[in-house]
Design a protein around this ligand. Structure first.
Ligand SMILES: [Fe+2]
Length: 623
């Protein structure tokens, strides 16, 4: 039985396919169409999943999408009505009537589809009145909701097949249920507490649950407009980082600052009983004026979320590209610390409610690896499984498993320890690409290739490492990686100058042989998908300066032979040469989506100043 899951009309559009409960393929659309965080419909990822399985869409039994327009509908309607009733009285009757469109149009696909064709203006604050902001929000949501309902149409259209040739049963899986499923049914846990935490999906920002066997029992949730993700994104924008996914930059900036704005952030986001929290809505625009969000086939664009109250409290917003000062660093530090406080507040409640010590974590906020790394120190949880694609792309996989386990009650069996679910290319395919480009290359045996690459790394070269199946989720985990020597303090600067062009305050990450983790880090709970930050042992920091952040931390990947044999061998060979079981591992890209194909890798190699590129068993050296 084949089950296809889709995340569409959200950032990080993606498709995933499972067969008899085992993962066949999962990948983000951005890797194929080269548009960062691509929203819209994952047409290429869908075609890839089918090709990987060697099947056509007619063979698929179930198809689901990680949105359910009918979920929490009454709350959405109530919210829209309440907001509109607060807007200027003379217009309120008309506007209220319009608000009911929200409800009616969920039954009226065609009308809503037409409305969705009006493009949103990108990245502009909504300056034309509060009422119109609400209408736009409603209209945008209607458009999206209609598209979600027209999934069968869209699948048939992009695959160029007749609708009636698709025999699959279609499912709408609520956004956070899909997240929760993605962190439970493929985890090693039979019984676990689960937390999904993000911006918003289906009107909810945070959902927690207990998972047992083939069931997920939702225990609590936080509804629109309250959201930790929104606080982080709004502050990220205020600090002058406007792009989708820039939150990681603020997380990297935080250790340079002092959390001197804790009182302010404790007001901006207040904790309440039973794991709940609330925003001081005066600081935000999303619930009052509305925020333009563009989810077309390009990169997502999110308008200004923070209100003028931010400037009243902290002074003027930083312009993108302006110098970073103590104020920005201190705001970042305060935001990060407050996120952690709220996160542990929810998790401690979740533990109290379930008495469980295993935790499955998902949602965009679960990319906050600094918070994740402190969970074991600040809560009673003793094991944590973070879905490698914790953000919205991972909901494609969650949809598959919610259908497989939650709905169909099929037996469990898949444990996703790595994230290697994307395209692979044979040595013959790589050779053909190299020959076509007329590049001089060498070919090694399996034993030789890791030894040669380890020697190059130890010699201080910048090494492109392209192997096996591409990773799912944002982290390069040794298959689409650039690897260098972590012992060289200047490597960060070299990488930035030659390839990555990142802000100098952002750290680079270590990959370490799993069994050596405790020798170098203060915690040794496995982190196979690079979603935990631990403190490097003080006595080891000088040994691996290129991967030790300013506060002594490192966002590590623990590498086992079982999960990635070739990458494990590369690090082992490096250890044999140097005595250090750690390499610096950064994603194989230059300010673009991570490379997918050998052609992408060669393009990146040629246009940057990488020294040597290993593609499978072949290598190309810069002259
Ligand atoms: Fe989400």
């Amino acid at each position: 039985m084949y089950i296809l899951g889709i995340n569409a009309y959200h950032g990080d559009a993606a498709a995933a396919l499972i067969k008899e409960g085992r993962i066949v393929a999962a990948a983000e659309e951005e890797r194929f169409n080269r548009v960062k965080h691509c929203a819209g419909f994952p047409a290429a990822a869908l075609r890839y999943c089918l090709a990987e399985a060697g099947i056509s869409i007619e063979d698929v039994d179930h198809i689901g999408i990680s949105r359910d327009p009918s979920a929490h509908l009454h709350k959405k309607v109530l919210f829209a009505a309440k907001r509109l009733s607060q807007i200027a009285a003379p217009a309120s009757r008309v506007e209220f009537a319009q608000a009911s469109v929200y409800h009616r149009d969920t039954e009226n696909t065609e009308d809503a589809q037409k409305k969705s064709e009006t493009p949103a203006s990108p990245n502009q604050p909504n300056g034309n009145g509060r009422g119109s902001g609400i209408f736009r929000q409603i209209k945008d949501r209607l458009g999206n909701a209609a598209k979600v309902r027209d999934l069968k149409d869209e699948v048939a259209r992009v695959l160029d097949v007749r609708q009636n040739s698709i025999r699959a049963q279609f499912h709408n899986i609520e956004h956070h249920r899909a997240h929760l499923a993605s962190s439970f049914y493929v985890s090693p846990f039979e019984h676990a507490a689960l937390l999904s935490i993000d911006g918003f999906g289906d009107f909810i920002s945070t959902m927690w649950a207990a998972g047992e066997g083939n069931a997920i029992d939702v225990l609590g949730q936080v509804e629109y407009p309250h959201s930790t993700g929104i606080v982080y994104t709004a502050t990220t924008q205020f600090l002058g980082f406007p792009h989708y996914g820039d939150e990681g930059k603020v997380m990297g900036l935080a250790p340079y600052g002092k959390p001197r704005f804790m009182n302010e952030f404790r007001e901006i986001i207040r904790t309440e009983e039973r794991g709940q929290f609330r925003l001081d809505l005066d600081y935000f625009r999303h619930q009052s004026e509305g925020v333009d969000m563009t989810w077309d086939q390009g990169s997502p664009i999110i308008g200004r979320i923070f209100s003028d109250a931010f400037a009243q409290t902290f002074g003027p917003a930083r312009e993108p590209g302006a110098a970073l000062g103590d104020r920005e660093r201190d705001i970042a530090a305060s935001l990060q610390q407050r996120l952690e406080e709220v996160g542990f507040h929810i998790l401690n409640h979740l533990h109290e409610e379930t008495d469980l010590t295993d935790l499955g974590l998902s949602g965009g906020v679960a990319y906050n690896s600094v918070m994740n790394g402190k969970i074991l120190l600040n809560t009673p949880f003793s094991r944590v499984y973070v879905q490698p694609a914790a953000g919205d792309s991972g909901t494609a996989l969650g949809v598959c498993y919610e259908i497989n386990n939650g709905i169909l009650k099929s037996p469990r069996g898949e444990v996703m320890l790595g994230a290697y679910t994307g395209p692979a290319f044979s040595d013959d395919q790589v050779r053909a690409e190299l020959e076509q480009r007329k590049l001089v290359f060498q070919t090694y045996s399996d034993e030789e290739v890791t030894r040669h690459a380890a020697q190059d790394i130890a010699d201080g070269l910048v090494v492109g490492w392209f192997q096996g199946r591409m990773e799912f989720g944002p982290r390069a985990l040794g298959n689409r990686s650039i690897v260098v020597d972590p012992r060289r303090a200047d490597m960060k600067e070299i990488l930035n100058k030659r390839i990555k062009k990142r802000e100098p305050f952002r750290p680079f990450a270590p990959s370490i042989l799993e069994e050596r983790t405790a020798d170098y880090f203060e915690q040794d709970h496995p982190a196979p998908t690079m979603l935990m930050v631990y403190q490097v042992r003080p006595e080891r920091r000088a040994e691996i300066p290129a991967v030790t952040h300013v506060d002594g931390s490192g966002r590590l990947q623990t590498v086992s032979r079982e999960v990635n044999a070739r990458f494990y061998q590369l690090i082992s060979d490096f250890e044999e040469l140097t005595g250090v079981p750690v390499v610096l591992n950064t994603s194989f890209n230059e300010n673009e989506p991570v490379v997918c194909t050998p052609a992408h890798a060669i393009d990146c190699f040629l246009k940057t100043r990488m020294d040597v590129l290993y593609l499978g068993n072949h290598s190309v050296r810069r002259k």
